[in-house]
Design a binder for this molecule. Structure first.
Ligand SMILES: Cc1ncc(C[n+]2csc(CCOP(=O)(O)OP(=O)(O)O)c2C)c(N)n1
Length: 563
């Protein structure tokens, strides 16, 4: 087979039937093979390589499978970098195939050459340059394996054009690759888990702090069972939303910079903090020296390098979250544990006292639409069952606070990198994966304009993505910081000139709806969501609404600015 044929055959053998990409000179042989195999493997032509990688990322987040993107050399690969970095920060399994100039030209400043392996080294889990066609199938299989095992992440395979024409024998292999230096730990150390169970039993003021790792390892059922066995409060990171049902009494909201008062106070006063698939991001911890100052800390994580990286932990348990929680549940649900289950009723009284503060309240007056109100109406209209993709800014935080996620893999947001322009392409990738699901992109007028070209992709493939713009005419989150910390000097955060989004939707062949009356919010959402195709709903909201609570950068979690 030729290298190009090997690429396609390997992908098919790995079960890949969906690709997002953008062609160019160095990948044309691969595209030619895609053309010949288009009934077996579906390629979605995005309008920008960043869009292709975010779409593959959205596909991966909702399915749990490896998302696959393909880009050409040079500018194609550099355009993909933001997508790779986004997936890397959020530990999303992704395989990115990039074209490269022929082996003999590498390093010669050839046309459309970039040192892709060098550029992407720090924003991928691993990367490869394949110089010999005989290595191609093995490398692709290893890349796919590395992407989805251990702590997942994006892996890039750079393939020079001449390797795609060279020939080699293709041997099918169904076995999992064995890589000597790479053996992720799955099962937690039973001694450590027993110690953990004893610590749970002694706790008086415990908190479970659950991150994206619980979603990535599909550990929601195990988490729920653990909470059933313990009766402890649960807080989620931005990435962990949906791993535990938001409507459950034991859920105390998100923690961190825009977390709830009760979650941040609970973490600040707890005596035991159990971090589950969470990495102590600075947006979560605030000032480290006063983070959970009275707590003993247990950290369950598949990635040993994240243990004690930001916050020193007392008991590390390295392993896959689903496995470890399963092991822990056996101990917690045993009669010996249950008969001596810790009494945390006083602790719940403290927490319910903090809850009374109602830190997320806002007032919807008769005239100006409040952004929070749009999201609450959206929750009602979609019954909380939509897949929500967001961009980055105030709308993202309001979506996290107000949508109320009941299930995992329905919340797509760039948590680690904070990438504006993520929402539309990610939502598009999710819609490809789940053609019958209601996919809603919540965005700001600033963020949407960063990858707005992907509307054309939605229309081309009849992807009925619904876009809700919370249009405040500002780069709202920047403006909020300028209001709070720069004496209202709104330097370059005014987005006065925006397109008429209704006309723009129409230009793409989509439906456009504008809403600036409180009384019309629900009707607009109902109309937009019922439409069978792509829709932009442009809600003109309170221009200077702020996200509360807010922990100023560098402050401790208990130093929240409250409404
Ligand atoms: C690519 C990129 N550039 C800059 C930023 C910094 N940034 C964070 S939030 C924000 C404003 C976002 O504005 P908008 O999309 O209108 O949303 P809003 O905050 O108004 O809801 C900016 C500029 C970013 N996160 N990503």
């Amino acid at each position: 087979m030729t290298g190009a044929q090997i690429v396609i055959q390997t992908l098919l053998d790995l079960g890949v039937d969906t690709l997002f990409g953008y062609p160019g000179g160095t990948v044309l042989y691969i595209y030619d093979e895609l053309y010949k195999n288009k009934h077996r493997i579906h390629h979605y032509l995005t309008r920008h390589e960043q869009g292709a990688v975010h779409a593959a990322d959205g596909y991966a987040r909702v399915t749990g499978r490896v998302g696959v993107a393909i880009v050409t050399s040079g500018p194609g690969a550099t355009n993909a970098v933001t997508g790779l970095a986004t997936a890397h920060m959020d530990s999303i399994p992704l395989l990115c195939i990039s074209g490269q100039v022929p082996v003999a030209l590498i390093g010669n400043d050839a046309f459309q050459e970039a040192d892709t392996v060098g550029i992407t080294r720090s924003c991928t889990k691993h990367n490869f340059l394949v110089r010999d066609v005989n290595d191609l199938a093995r490398v692709l299989r290893e890349a796919h394996y590395i992407a989805r095992t251990g702590r997942p992440g994006p892996v890039l395979v750079d393939i020079p054009k001449d390797v795609t024409v060279a020939e080699a024998e293709y041997v099918h292999s169904a076995a999992e690759p064995k890589i000597r230096s790479y053996r992720p730990t799955q099962i937690g150390h039973i001694g450590q888990i027993r110690r953990g169970a004893r610590m749970l039993q002694q706790a008086k003021k415990p908190v479970l702090y659950v991150g994206g790792g619980a979603v990535l390892s599909n550990a929601s059922d195990e988490l729920f069972r653990l909470v059933e066995g313990l009766g402890f409060p649960v807080t989620n990171t931005l990435m962990g939303l949906g791993s535990f049902p938001a409507a459950d009494e034991r859920f105390i909201g998100m923690l961190g910079m825009h977390g709830t008062y009760e979650a941040n106070m609970a973490v600040s006063h707890c005596d035991l903090l159990v971090a589950i698939g969470a990495r102590f991001d600075d947006r979560v911890t605030g000032k480290i020296s006063v983070f959970a100052p009275h707590a003993t800390i247990i950290h369950i994580d598949v990635d040993p390098t994240s243990i004690s990286k930001n916050v020193k932990v007392d008991l590390p348990i390295v392993g896959d979250v689903k496995q470890v929680l399963g092991q822990l549940n056996e101990l917690v649900h045993a009669p010996e544990f249950q008969s001596a289950r810790p009494d945390v009723s006083d602790w719940w009284e403290d927490i319910n006292g903090w809850r009374k503060r109602e830190c997320l309240r806002y007032t919807q007056g008769p005239d100006v639409i409040e952004p929070q109100y749009v999201l609450q109406c959206l929750h009602t209209v979609t019954k909380g069952e939509a897949i929500i993709a967001t961009d980055v800014g105030q709308h993202q935080m309001w979506a996290a606070q107000f949508y109320g996620f009941q299930k995992p893999r329905r919340w797509l947001t760039s948590g680690g990198l904070g990438t504006m322009g993520y929402g539309l392409p990610a939502g598009m990738g999710a819609q490809v994966a789940m053609p019958d699901a209601q996919v809603v992109v919540i965005t700001g007028e600033g963020s949407l304009q960063m990858n707005i070209q992907e509307f054309a992709t939605c229309l081309q493939y009849h992807l009925p993505v619904k876009v809700v713009i919370l249009n405040n005419g500002y780069l709202g989150m920047v403006r909020q910081w300028q209001e709070f910390f720069y004496q209202r000097r709104y330097a370059e955060s005014d987005m006065d000139v925006t397109p008429d989004f209704v006309k723009l939707a129409e230009a793409y062949g989509a439906l456009g709806l504008r809403c600036d009356k409180v009384a019309d919010v629900t009707a607009t959402l109902e109309k937009g969501l019922a439409y069978p195709g792509t829709v932009i709903m442009d809600f003109h909201v309170n221009r200077e609404a702020n996200v509360y609570p807010m922990v100023p950068a560098g402050a401790g979690l208990s130093e929240m600015i409250l409404i």
